[in-house]
Design a protein around this ligand. Structure first.
Ligand code: PMT
Length: 410
């Protein structure tokens, strides 16, 4: 449970996306959060306060002038109670009020009265989101440290297509969990350590203009690189072709094929303390890549493939190997295949990754892992890839430290 005992104050303003807030409350509570809800008058037109009271288990606050509510938990008390104030959906109107410090209802009063961080999940028509006034408001709010969750792009209730949709409840929950799970100076458990991480897919040429590849986006490997860096490591990220931005203060080596990834890893592996193989590396490549574009012909086309080097296995087979963490992306018999890879490749640890669902694993923002060593197995439930990376690195550090201590005591 990523939000155990966190007090989340949820502010709901009047947009169609408010209908998703009972689900948001349920998902926050499922992660261990205590949730209290404050609604504007117009929010009540889109979602029932009774439904929110039922799912949150608390009376809903709406008015500054409600004697009962003030007697139960006054607005200043509520503002102090919050560990985070999340406004979802945040309409253009509410954002404008926050920008200018207006306090003409309970929600905006709480925004001024709380010392807790404020996160907004904007939701509005795409033209309203693009309006210069909204752009200026969001810039000012960001400058003041207000956290922004979305908006997402897509089809809107009014039929328009574009940015302005509230992000889905699970993504709001992941954002809040990431905020609380982020590492601090105290978590610099890898200070002085060098960690190399492979990430993303590889591409194997079929001719000068075509290739075979897979759906890896690089998100899991990049999240590991960012978390490892924040935990004090000097990180080298050997990355296949991806379209995401690399994390700050990480050395990035960009490669295309498995052979190039192998060469980049092996060229620098001697200096590494830890090697994490998160990349989805092509096992085979075309035996002879034509120098010219292959022309269309009648009938079938037969291609002959040869094996690529197994980078992870080669690293683990060295005389003095670094600590090795492999991944095993599988669609069936996930744990059995992962254990087989752990033993066959002689790894210290493997993260079994069930990729049978499109919601997790390849190319999604979330993932779930089962972390296996020779004597241990720990499940890391579905979470954002960044939160998961932090948890995985903590487990890795425990195992790594045990091995180092055993070596010292011999
Ligand atoms: O990039 P994302 O979209 O965020 O998706 C993340 C992910 C699903 C790609 C990632 O979490 C993951 O599971 N990566 C491993 C993918 C994989 O193809 O594993 P594998 O079972 O084929 O290989 C086993 C291990 O050997 C992996 O650590 C792999 O990096 C390594 N390997 C494989 C083949 C090879 N030639 N060299 C290798 O180093």
């Amino acid at each position: 449970m990523q939000l155990e005992q966190k007090n989340v104050l949820l502010g709901i303003s009047g947009g169609i996306a408010a209908y998703k807030t009972p689900d948001l409350v349920r998902k926050l509570i499922a992660q261990g959060a205590n949730v209290r809800v404050v609604m504007t008058d117009s929010a009540k037109e889109f979602v029932s306060s009774l439904a929110l009271q039922a799912v949150s288990g608390n009376k809903i606050s709406n008015s500054l002038l409600d004697e009962d509510a003030e007697a139960a938990m006054g607005h200043i008390e509520l503002a102090r109670w919050a560990d985070i104030f999340v406004i979802a959906p945040a309409t253009a109107n509410v954002m404008a009020k926050l920008t200018h410090g207006l306090a003409d209802d309970l929600l905006t009063t709480l925004a001024l009265a709380t010392a807790a961080p404020i996160a907004i999940a904007p939701a509005m028509n795409q033209q309203m989101w693009a309006a210069p006034a909204t752009t200026e408001n969001i810039q000012k709010l960001q400058e003041r440290g207000v956290l922004q969750i979305g908006p997402a792009s897509g089809e809107q209730a009014c039929g328009d297509i574009g940015y302005g949709r509230m992000v889905e409840p699970e993504d709001i929950v992941s954002f809040i969990a990431d905020y609380f799970s982020d590492v601090s100076e105290a978590d610099a458990i890898f200070a002085g350590k060098k960690i190399m991480i492979t990430a993303g897919p590889t591409r194997e040429a079929l001719d000068p203009v075509r290739y075979i590849s897979n759906h890896s986006s690089g998100k899991m490997g990049y999240a590991l690189a960012e978390a490892a860096r924040k935990m004090g490591a000097q990180v080298t990220l050997v990355s296949g072709p991806v379209s995401i931005k690399p994390p700050a203060n990480v050395d990035v080596v960009s490669v295309t094929s498995a052979q190039q990834m192998h060469d980049a890893v092996m060229g620098n592996i001697q200096q590494q303390d830890i090697f994490i193989a998160c990349a989805a590396v092509a096992d085979f490549r075309l035996a002879d890549v034509p120098t010219h574009k292959v022309k269309k012909k009648e009938g079938t086309l037969t291609l002959s493939f040869e094996q690529n080097p197994d980078i992870l296995k080669t690293v683990a087979a060295q005389t003095n190997p670094p600590f090795t963490l492999g991944f095993a992306a599988e669609t069936n018999d996930v744990e059995a295949y992962a254990r087989n890879k752990l033993e066959r490749k002689k790894l210290n640890m493997i993260a079994a990754n069930d990729v049978s669902s499109s919601e997790l694993g390849f190319n999604s923002d979330r993932n779930a892992l089962t972390v296996i060593t020779t004597d241990n197995k720990i499940s890391l439930p579905a979470a954002s890839k960044y939160s998961l990376a932090i948890e995985l690195l903590k487990l890795l550090n425990n195992e790594y430290s045990t091995i180092q201590n055993n070596k010292k005591s011999k």
